[in-house]
Design a protein around this ligand. Structure first.
Ligand SMILES: C[S@@+](CC[C@H](N)C(=O)[O-])C[C@H]1O[C@@H](n2cnc3c(N)ncnc32)[C@H](O)[C@@H]1O
Length: 254
């Protein structure tokens, strides 16, 4: 099924501010943790990896530096154009994975990609597009918001001050959660000050569809995939619990 979601905002101002909004996220460290998990399941050298929903390419670049033959795919041409602007010679393609037809050893979808696909009906279609590009020994690793944690501990307003390219940035994120429909809208309020004066003030927003653990497992099952490991975000040695804010899933073909 084609991704029919019209709500996600990876065009307009959001891509421009994406790396700024996520400044402080340690992509290299996260890629190292994911690499340690991949190594548990594959001893092959020079693995061919697809980063699906690669956004501005930070994980793709990190995996490439670690020796993976890394390819980045994203449906947003704005995000892809930022990714292309960063890296030398890496393959970034503005394409839905449904339109990709080649086998990968590893497929990753990191930092809430499955929460950016739109409503639940889109989930199994996305997983099927992943499964069709996997071989028997391929693995698929993704992370997702954990619905039960959202119900138990709803997202709250967060503020952060950062320095960026000579600017002082104040970043506020205001979540509005619709528990019935399992949708959280994150409204960002970003103010950039230059020499103490307000230089820019933008309000990008992002729609997150969150799912429970069981919903995700069922969608995987419907798509021919099985979970071989699930762990709290970035903590592969631990077991998951209802309170874990985010879960990493490791999957193989069923
Ligand atoms: C929260 S961003 C994560 C980007 C990147 N993985 C990162 O870690 O910074 C979610 C990304 O998923 C992309 N996306 C949404 N639906 C997609 C789809 N069906 N196929 C591929 N990418 C998709 C969006 O364009 C966006 O760049």
């Amino acid at each position: 099924m084609k991704n029919t979601n019209k709500n996600i905002n990876y065009s307009g101002t959001f891509p421009k501010y994406y790396d700024l909004i996520n400044k402080g996220k340690d992509y290299d460290k996260e890629a190292e943790i994911i690499d340690s998990v991949i190594r548990k399941y594959s001893k092959k050298k020079s693995l061919k990896l697809a980063d699906v929903g690669c956004g501005t390419g930070n994980h793709t670049i990190a995996f490439s530096r670690m020796g993976y033959r890394a390819y980045g795919f994203d449906v947003s041409r704005h995000m892809i154009s930022i990714a292309r602007g960063k890296s030398t010679g890496l393959h970034f393609e503005c394409k839905s994975f449904e339109d990709v037809d080649e086998p990968f050893d590893v497929i990753v979808s990191l930092f809430d990609v499955v929460n950016a696909l739109g409503p639940y009906k889109n989930l199994a279609g996305f997983f099927r597009s992943v499964a069709k590009n996997m071989k028997n020994d391929s693995i698929f690793i993704f992370d997702a918001w954990n619905g039960s944690a959202v119900f138990l501990h709803p997202p709250e307003i967060k503020t952060k001050a950062i320095e960026w390219k000579g600017l002082k940035i104040e970043r506020k994120v205001i979540p509005k959660t619709d528990f019935l429909r399992q949708v959280c809208t994150l409204k960002y309020d970003i103010k950039a000050y230059k020499n103490g004066r307000l230089a820019e003030h933008v309000h990008p927003s992002l729609v997150i569809n969150f799912f429970t653990y069981n919903e995700i497992v069922n969608a995987l099952d419907d798509s021919g995939l099985k979970v071989v490991q699930a762990f709290p975000y970035k903590e592969p040695s631990k077991k998951i619990a209802e309170n874990d804010w985010k879960i990493n899933f490791v999957c193989k073909l069923r």
